[in-house]
Design a binder for this molecule. Structure first.
Ligand SMILES: Cc1ncc(COP(=O)(O)O)c(C=O)c1O
Length: 511
């Protein structure tokens, strides 16, 4: 197949064949050596990735011959059945992901919503080459026992600099599932500590003995964590019990008997279903309260995603979340907001729950993905267990990744990327509305208005849609049954939106 490249012209949804600039084929790492090339002005964001290709290039089918050979070799030693695209990370740049066959796609999937400020970002490259990062990488500490002397400073100038309002402490972890599981443990220990009468009350002999038998002492009842149907909170043992997105994630794995409430699956367009949607949210809240009061294993915490992401991009109104906060407080149940996917800017606020105007903060907020590191924020000191080693593991996070997040935060702030994401999201949403009018069957239930670039729609032939997207130069992800979810990076600009929109229209027009 002849090389095809795409970029937008002045007409929104027209594409023109152009070649990617030849500079792009130079090794990215070499390009980054030139200071001049990444001199950036905050007001002129488009110059930030001046070596980015003007548009995608599709040279072969994907996977092409080189990728197929490499995948076959890989498959001999590593399960490749979930493989989406074999990637050449050295050649990937900014918003563009490259493969070994020379294909370069606009990436609005971004490693499952995890790349914050572009592939081979020069600022991160610089941070990675610095002594501090090298030290963090080659002298990885067991953080609970031997934290680096400047760990407080690293936290205060990084992870805690962007802490959600009202939450000034952090427990660092290694992945989203780990962040959630450790938050669950904090919730259980907090509740039991209350039941015992405070942090100073010693454990009884009966408690200690029964703990070693995986039992509770006689007379105690189990506790649970409540989650929502179609929610996703990870795949480790504890987190998997709260995950309710797809059976394939859960089959054969022992799970806790924990309650699940219905998430209010809203109907679109929202303005046509105001009463119906309000009724769905009210019913969901009533169910939450009913389960808190009556479930056979009472919950000590409720975990919720601001937008159910893996479950299909399901939104609820700020009023729903405000009521959830009030309800959990009323019943002395903790509220854990899982911002693993929604956090770090993509919704046009640093944390998605900032959209809710909560009467008081959540008790814990978990994070990972775009933060590159992970953990949970909390404010109440009682959420620190009463004794050391109750919440502990070897790494307890990773200083190198915490340093990377600090550099990411600096870039986000320097370039105003959260505000820019809000704006470009509005632009993208507006154009998608037009596409949805033109091809109503293909852009169903468009959602994410006012939520930055955290936008999705349903397509009845979603899986085919995503395969076709690659042939038109765009890497897009799906979620839930038939959602096409957009997860661009924070450096996604209007010019990238135009390329994406052009590709989306080509897909729609091809059916
Ligand atoms: C909302 C949410 N929570 C938790 C997780 C689990 O994170 P990880 O895959 O890093 O364990 C994910 C992953 O997609 C997620 O989207």
């Amino acid at each position: 197949m002849a090389a095809r490249a795409f970029r937008t012209s002045s007409s929104l949804l027209r594409t023109a064949a152009v070649s990617a600039p030849s500079s792009f084929s130079r090794p990215v790492l070499a390009i980054h050596q030139s200071r001049r090339r990444f001199a950036v002005s905050a007001s002129k964001m488009s110059s930030y990735y001046e070596w980015e290709p003007e548009g995608p290039t599709v040279k072969t089918e994907i996977p092409g011959p080189k990728s197929r050979a490499a995948i076959a070799e890989l498959d001999e030693v590593f399960d490749t059945r979930s493989l989406n695209m074999l990637t050449d990370y050295q050649k990937s740049s900014g918003n563009y992901i490259a493969d070994p066959d020379g294909n370069v796609l606009l990436d609005v999937y971004a490693q499952i919503a995890s790349i914050p400020i572009g592939y081979n970002n020069p600022a991160l490259l610089k941070a990675a080459r610095g002594d501090e990062m090298i030290n963090g990488l080659i002298n990885r500490p067991a953080l609970g026992n031997f934290p680096p002397a400047d760990w407080a400073n690293v936290l205060k100038t990084g992870i805690l600099k962007v802490a959600p309002k009202g939450l000034d402490q952090v427990f660092t972890a290694m992945a989203g599932s780990d962040a959630n599981e450790t938050a669950y443990k904090a919730a259980f220990m907090w509740r039991r500590q209350h039941e015992r009468g405070g942090a100073h009350v010693e454990f009884t002999e009966a408690e200690m003995a029964s703990a070693m038998d995986n039992q509770l002492p006689a007379g105690s009842s189990e506790l649970s964590i409540m989650s929502f149907k179609t929610g996703f909170h990870g795949r480790l043992f504890g987190s998997l019990s709260t995950t309710r997105s797809k059976p394939i994630h859960k089959l054969d794995i022992p799970a806790f008997d924990w309650p699940q409430a219905t998430f209010p699956l809203l109907k679109y367009p929202l303005e046509d279903y105001v009463e119906e949607n309000a009724a769905a949210e009210k019913a969901a809240l009533e169910e939450v309260e009913h389960l808190i009061l009556n479930y056979r294993v009472p919950p000590c915490a409720v975990i919720v995603e601001p937008i159910q992401s893996e479950g299909g991009d399901n939104h609820a109104s700020p009023a729903f979340f405000r009521s959830l906060r009030t309800l959990t407080r009323k019943h002395n149940v903790l509220l854990i907001v899982d911002e693993v996917q929604t956090g770090v800017g993509a919704t046009g606020k640093f944390w998605a729950h900032e959209h809710w105007d909560l009467p008081e903060p959540p008790d814990m907020v978990t994070f990972s993905k775009k933060a590159q590191t992970a953990g949970y924020y909390f404010g109440n000191p009682e959420l620190r267990p009463n004794k050391p080693y109750r919440q502990f593991n070897t790494w307890m996070g990773d200083p190198a990744r915490a340093l990377l997040f600090r550099s990411i935060i600096q870039e986000i702030e320097r370039l105003g990327l959260v505000e820019k994401t809000a704006k470009v999201g509005d632009y993208l949403y507006g154009k998608l509305e037009l596409l949805a009018k033109k091809y109503p069957g293909q852009f169903q239930n468009l959602r994410g208005k006012g939520m930055g670039t955290f936008i999705a729609f349903d397509n009845p032939r979603r899986d085919e849609f995503l395969v076709k997207a690659k042939t038109f130069g765009v890497n897009i992800g799906g979620s839930g049954k038939e959602a096409v979810r957009l997860r661009p990076m924070l450096i996604f600009e209007e010019k990238h939106a135009d390329i994406l929109l052009a590709a989306l229209e080509k897909i729609a027009a091809s059916w």
